[in-house]
Ligand binder design. Structure first.
Ligand code: ADP
Ligand code: MG
Length: 658
């Protein structure tokens, strides 16, 4: 193979024969069934035939060749923009033509543009051949060429990797003429099972590798944690105590912890993290807490400093927007070890930062970060313990498979005294009532959020829409103090706006989804979300978690547009009826499939080659059992399977996270 072809193949992640074998069709065309012309439907890709009743070249805006076919009961037009005179000459009325293509609506009825076709003098024999594979292709490497390259795999009589199911893979590349869609699905499932098992094995392998690394053991030391507990002003929930025990036990070990802390919005993850940081500080060791947004970093900084500074633990904030001088001072105190806890955004993982002795890395709202970012933070110290916090509840089945390398703790209890949130769907046309409601809440001394969403979530356009809404609300709610926060503001402006809202100087906060995570203002009891149908359920649930944090009964009004689809309505119903993040995530999974759930490795980080969690999720419990069985009973086979699929780490990018 020449270098040009090799480069093109590389774009499809094909480097070796094995990769070619694993480059499976993503769908199949059915060329076995002739569809009568009167049964054709728009959007259908199918085989059709008829007799040519008309053939002409027209010279409108674009030169085109139009053929009309009839089979006695229905008609179909074929349209070509690129054609040779000799093609036109050959296709006289009366000829029989069989074609394959996608049916679409043309100016004078159904047509196919540029179908594949063949013509015959007499009606051709019944179609033969089976399902035709269609491959993921790339520029410069189309179906025909791919099929011919892959065609050579037919001759393989020994798999390029003995742990690969050669026969099943060949079946998927070259389905026999009588293969049905059900046969294909079965074969795909067989391969997906292998791939998912391999993925699980890689996770377990990473886990065992990690256990060989050395971290700084952080056993129980001074009583600073006790002091923090006394200072908090509230009792920890049972779930917090349990999770804390799990975390602190991990920290005592010489093996690096890798623990995923899942807890619904408002379940109090931050406090748990603070206790872990205190434990590190008791040993004079450092903690880095990474948050996905400046707003959130700022807020964590405030919480952490109020909890830890009284214990004599120095806390610093590091964000992108800081002045060089301030920043330099912070960096020095991190390198020198005087600052024991640093809270920050992505700024934390820049190359210029060196820690004196980083023992613990805490990542909040982990799905916002790519694995590489997490890695970089890790590389700053000597195998620090890691605590990953997420408020996106991940259904248990997915956790089992996708996070098999981590230990999982769940905060499944909210602090007492939380008010339930009543959620209502309100048509945007009832805006006046909504405004009256806001006025009433504000005048009663409570606070409210107005959240603007946009389809294209670019900072710029959502900033514009938030600004327009802010202007509108100021006009319509005269005399009320209204703040604004969006992603395009300078970080000092954002901080100031948040602080003003937190302190009650602003009664209403107009915001983009930047306030989605973590923002904590107990006096806010009303939230309006514009166009909620544009957001995922998990995201909506997150947003809504900004209210219902205090003692006031809270309301969330979802202001939907005119053309709410049935599907959107069904999804919003889930949000309206439930306040349980795990239930919502399960429903989201059922309604949309895991590909859409944010916070899972599937969306952001992992691309399976064959497995499709939308279709193969049900296999997971069995895969976990099988993986565990292989590890104990057939470790050699487990290794072979893992390496067969994961040798090329780039293809399993999600694995790089440990
Ligand atoms: P999340 O899990 O969403 O990150 P936070 O850690 O921000 O939740 O906690 C939400 C709010 O609840 C904070 O104001 C926090 O101080 C408070 N909180 C946490 N734990 C408790 C508790 N056990 N009792 C009362 N309030 C608590
Ligand atoms: Mg939080």
């Amino acid at each position: 193979m020449g270098p040009a072809l090799a480069a093109t193949l590389a774009r499809l992640n094909i480097h070796k024969v094995k990769d070619l074998l694993l480059h499976l069709p993503h769908r199949y065309q059915d060329r076995t069934r002739l569809v009568p012309l009167k049964e054709l439907r728009v959007g259908q890709e199918c085989l059709a035939q008829g007799q040519v009743v008309d053939s002409r070249v027209t010279y409108g805006r674009r030169r085109s060749w139009l053929i009309a076919l009839s089979d006695g009961e229905g008609t179909l037009r074929l349209r070509f923009f690129h054609f040779a005179a000799r093609q036109v000459d050959a296709l006289q009325p009366g000829r029989f033509l069989r074609c394959f293509g996608e049916v679409r609506n043309g100016p004078t009825g159904l047509e196919m543009a540029h179908p594949e076709y063949r013509d015959y003098a007499a009606p051709p024999a019944a179609p033969e051949g089976g399902l035709t594979p269609v491959y993921p292709a790339t520029k410069g490497l189309g179906q025909t060429r791919l099929r011919s390259l892959i065609g050579r795999l037919r001759e393989l009589d020994w798999p390029p990797d003995s742990a690969l199911p050669l026969e099943t893979l060949q079946f998927l590349h070259f389905p026999p003429a009588d293969a049905t869609n059900a046969d294909i699905a079965k074969a795909q499932e067989r391969v997906a099972r292998d791939e998912l098992t391999a993925y699980y094995l890689v996770m377990r392998f990473r886990q065992s590798q990690r256990q060989r690394q050395e971290a700084m053991p952080l056993p129980r030391a001074q009583q600073l944690g006790r002091t923090l507990l006394d200072n908090l002003g509230f009792q920890l929930t049972g779930a917090q105590r349990r999770v804390l025990r799990e975390v602190l036990l991990d920290l005592e070990k010489r093996r690096p912890m890798l623990r995923l802390l899942q807890g619904d919005v408002g379940s109090g993850k931050t406090v748990a993290a603070a206790f872990a940081a205190v434990r590190a500080a008791e040993h004079g060791a450092q903690t880095a807490l990474m948050a996905p947004t400046e707003v959130l970093a700022e807020q964590h900084y405030l919480s952490f400093s109020s909890w830890l500074e009284p214990l004599g633990i120095r806390v610093a904030l590091l964000t992108g927007g800081q002045k060089a001088k301030v920043r330099r001072r912070i960096l020095e105190s991190l390198a020198g070890g005087e600052t024991l806890v640093v809270v920050g955004t992505h700024a934390l993982i820049q190359a210029t930062i060196s820690f004196h002795n980083l023992a613990l890395a805490i990542v909040d709202e982990q799905h916002r970060f790519g694995v590489h970012q997490r890695m970089a933070l890790r590389a700053k110290g000597h195998a620090p313990h890691q605590l990953i916090m997420t408020a996106t509840p991940i259904p248990r089945t997915l956790t089992m498979a996708l996070y098999a390398d981590m230990d999982v703790s769940v905060l499944d209890e909210l602090p007492p005294g939380r008010q339930p949130i009543t959620t209502r769907l309100v048509a945007a046309s009832r805006r006046a009532e909504v405004l009256a409601r806001i006025a009433k809440v504000l005048d009663a001394g409570q606070q409210a959020y107005w959240v603007c969403t946009l389809i294209e979530e670019s900072d710029e356009s959502s900033a514009q829409s938030a600004e327009a809404t802010w202007t509108m609300l100021q006009a319509q709610l005269p005399g009320r103090r209204i703040g604004l926060v969006h992603g395009r503001m300078k970080s000092e402006e954002k901080t100031a706006a948040m602080a003003a809202f937190k302190a009650g100087r602003h009664q209403l906060l107009v915001a983009t989804t930047v306030i989605e995570v973590g923002v904590d203002v107990a006096n806010a009891s009303l939230m309006i979300v514009e166009n909620p149908e544009r957001l995922g359920l998990a995201q909506l649930h997150q947003l809504r978690g900004r209210i219902g944090r205090g003692t006031h009964a809270s309301y969330c009004l979802l202001l939907y547009g005119d053309d709410l689809s049935e599907a959107s309505r069904a999804r919003l119903k889930v949000i309206r009826e439930s306040q349980d993040g795990f239930h919502i995530a399960e429903q989201d999974l059922a309604l949309r499939g895991p590909g859409e759930i944010s916070g899972t490795r599937q969306t952001g980080e992992t691309r399976f080659r064959v497995a499709d969690l939308n279709r193969h999720l049900h296999l997971i419990p069995e895969i976990v059992r099988e993986g565990d069985r292989l590890l104990t009973e057939a470790p050699a086979r487990a290794d072979a399977l893992r390496l067969a699929w994961a040798e090329d780490e780039a293809n399993l990018a999600g694995l790089a996270s440990v």
